[in-house]
Ligand binder design. Structure first.
Ligand code: SAJ
Length: 438
């Protein structure tokens, strides 16, 4: 059996590699020539646990090849981006161009599966008409449907195999064929359903998480007002057998949770008020974290030597405040900075006149990355833990403290060892921990 996977990103490449390892002949297609060239040499540009070890083997065995153009195959899997446009609506142009490239290659008996997260109705309204320009009829001549991935970046290769999966078909026979296709490597259950249900499930799963995180973020602000520690509140609430409150933080990043709820709002503007509000609450969190940072800097009692330039609006207390931020990836232990709330936080601090340095051990080839934590913290008035990467779990607070101008620490993730930091001389603040700094 031959499979053509269109789009070799964070999902497409691991999926292609998984099918190839299961013994199928896979052609990976991407418009980016560098990705195609590198893959054909057995290399990947994506940092994902285990992937770099797998790729050389499947490429050397000839089971996985890459090209910039698709070829005839038994099954086509579309894993291209579906970004938000400026009106917060899904940009389906990549899905549509994938469909246009498949149509001339379609043969009776083929299977076409969309995996890209899309508004409910996309397969029937946007994909099907383009594929049927081949002269073949979906359902009658070829199978068509939607089967969303549910993998978590950082654990993709394991979760592709073990997670349960949904196979949505435009008819029952399509759902069955799609389920059988993924059986090649999925060990979890595969649930067959109709295509629109599958599309909405994907959106609902990520929206559930977004709304829950918005609740946690609201609880963080409430805890600050009430002089309690939100991290303790959530830890204790979650001992209830039916409560699972997510974690607050400086915002929601990545290409899924911060985006997918808008695909529901787009189609249901009147009936998605909680979803829209949650999105707005989470989008505001980087600014909230910036307010906390400004509050801490304003509380510094001994002004630095520098004079305030005329007209500057820095917080009182220091001259031009220097802030060191640890982590800019969108979440722990990944190199991905898409929609990272920490980037927004840094931009906001800079807009407020602060001199911001940052370090992220996972993020490669991005200008501005200080060589290490100590270098980023040199001369800083405030250290912010932005992302709780494993590397930041045990920081050398004594050395960091020695290199800073003022020893302030803002923990935006509730994961700093406050005792260790305090004994090195830090004043430790945390988002959601009753300081009333705003
Ligand atoms: N975050 C919080 N609080 C939390 C959990 C996460 O603030 O309690 C933030 C993270 O810091 C990050 C963002 O949310 O900035 C998203 O991170 P994530 O780990 O929750 O999710 P993603 O975007 O990496 O992956 C999600 C997953 N969906 C769900 O867990 C329902 C994954 O299973 C999906 O496959 C993926 O979206 C996707 O591709 O849609």
């Amino acid at each position: 059996m031959k499979i053509c996977v269109i789009g070799l990103g964070y999902i497409g490449l691991p999926t292609a590699a998984m099918f190839a390892r299961s013994g199928l002949d896979v052609l990976g297609v991407d418009c980016n020539e560098t990705i195609v060239h590198e893959l054909n040499q057995g290399r990947t540009l994506i940092e994902e646990d285990g992937l770099a070890e797998w790729i050389p083997g499947v490429v050397a065995s000839g089971k996985l090849r890459a090209s910039t153009t698709p070829e005839e195959a038994d099954a086509f899997i579309i894993t291209v981006p579906t970004p938000l446009d400026v009106e917060k609506k899904a940009d389906l142009s990549f899905v549509e161009s994938a469909a246009r490239s498949i149509a001339p290659l379609l043969r009776p008996g083929n299977i076409v599966v969309l995996e890209s997260t899309s508004p409910a109705g996309t397969v029937e309204e946007r994909l099907k008409p383009l594929l049927e320009q081949s002269g073949l009829s979906a359902g009658t001549d070829f199978s068509l449907g939607y089967s969303p991935e549910r993998v978590i970046p950082g654990n993709i290769l394991r979760e592709l195999v073990t997670n349960d999966r949904i196979a949505g078909g435009i008819d029952g026979a399509s759902a069955k064929k799609i389920a059988a296709l993924y059986r090649a490597f999925v060990q979890g259950s595969i649930y067959e359903t109709d295509v629109r249900t599958a599309e909405l499930c994907k959106l609902a799963e990520n929206t559930y998480r977004d709304v829950n995180i918005a609740f946690a973020n609201e609880l963080a602000k409430i805890s600050e007002n009430q002089g309690v520690d939100v991290w303790e509140v959530i830890r204790l609430c979650n001992r209830h057998p039916r409560v699972n409150i997510h974690q607050p933080g400086p915002g929601v990043g990545g290409h899924c949770i911060a985006v997918d709820p808008w695909f529901i709002v787009e189609k249901n503007p009147e009936d998605s008020q909680l979803i829209r509000l949650s999105r707005e609450i989470n989008d505001r969190m980087p600014l909230y974290a910036a307010d906390l940072a400004s509050g801490i800097l304003s509380a510094i009692e001994h002004p630095a030597e520098e004079e305030h330039p005329v007209g500057a609006t820095y917080p009182k207390g220091v001259g031009r405040p220097v802030v060191a931020v640890l982590g800019i990836a969108y979440k722990p232990d990944v190199d991905d900075t898409r929609e990272s709330p920490i980037r927004t936080l840094i931009e906001e601090l800079e807009r407020r006149g602060m001199d911001v340095r940052w370090h992220d051990p996972h993020v490669k080839n991005q200008p501005g990355n200080a060589p290490g934590t100590l270098e980023a913290a040199e001369g800083a008035d405030l250290l912010i833990l932005g992302v709780n990467h494993t590397e930041f779990r045990q920081l050398d607070y004594r050395s960091i403290a020695r290199s800073m101008r003022h020893r302030n620490l803002l923990d935006a993730r509730g994961s700093v060892d406050a005792e260790a930091a305090r004994s090195a001389g830090f004043l430790v603040y945390a988002l959601g921990r009753g300081h009333r700094l705003r």
